[in-house]
Write a protein that binds this ligand. Sequence first.
Ligand code: COA
Length: 286
Amino acid sequence: MNEVVKPVEREEDTVAFHVEAGIAWVRFNRPDKRNAMSPKLNRRMMAVLDELEFREDVGVLVLSGEGTAWSAGMDLKEYFRETESKGMAGTRAAQRESYGWWRRLRWYQKPTIAMVNGWCFGGGYGPLFACDLAFAAEEAKFGLSEINWGILPGGGATKVATELLPFRKAMYHALMGENIDGKTAADWGLVNEALPLDQLKARVTDVANVLLAKNPVALKATKDAVRRVGVMTYDEAEDYLIRAQEAANFYDNEGRKEGIKQFIDDKTYKPGLGAYDKTKAAKAKV
Ligand code: COA
């Protein structure tokens, strides 16, 4: 009997994306493998992030998954077994590729939203944390499954758990290898909100549209500040925030002046109730 030969997966097919009305919809695209992150996917994701980061038609990036998974974490065959067979060099190269795009995403120029439509395991916590906001389907399942197959939650997953969860919950989550659903993930603070799967995209679109209406330089300065100040003393944070705002003024000094003017002089909006009309200000330098 002839053996069925499966076509070789092409690197460019491992990530799908399209841009629509200011939002870049990026999707893990290995549904048959539950979107497990392979070296090919990791390389492709970095290339896609590169392509989208400074595009004028992209204001927000949403990361979701094709099929039933967001991402089943690292690919046990292609990321672990096959790279380990190449020795230390293989392992380190694969780690650099995956950690590299997660780091890139943590400090991405545009605000980012994880839209967790299904399974989210282990290594998936890296990109989950890298996204600035996260919305999950109530039906989604989250787990640090590493303990179930005999390793610790590496690739930052332990760090993500302790950043986002209280100590007791992080420890239980990491040691027990039990899954939690989207609702529990929201209760615990792993994600912002959980909604029924059929309402998830509409909610994420609404959130993205709110972000699209805001000053993009201020958004980047703010998201970086929230990530940075957590490890600083109060005085360091105070100093960092002064300098970060002054640096933001270099790229967009007109936006905030326009924001003040529309409130104080024109009386066309109230900052306590919504954003100023950024289209009336001179264009920012980025
Ligand atoms: N690495 C490699 N392959 C994976 C994978 C992973 N992390 N997750 C799923 N796959 C593959 C399966 O081997 C299977 O491949 P095959 O069709 O060639 O046999 C295919 O994806 C479908 O997986 P399956 O287990 O049949 O799907 P399911 O919907 O019944 O179960 C999961 C989904 C996510 C519960 C299950 O696939 C799973 O436990 N995956 C591993 C999760 C994990 O521990 N990840 C590592 C974190 S670092």
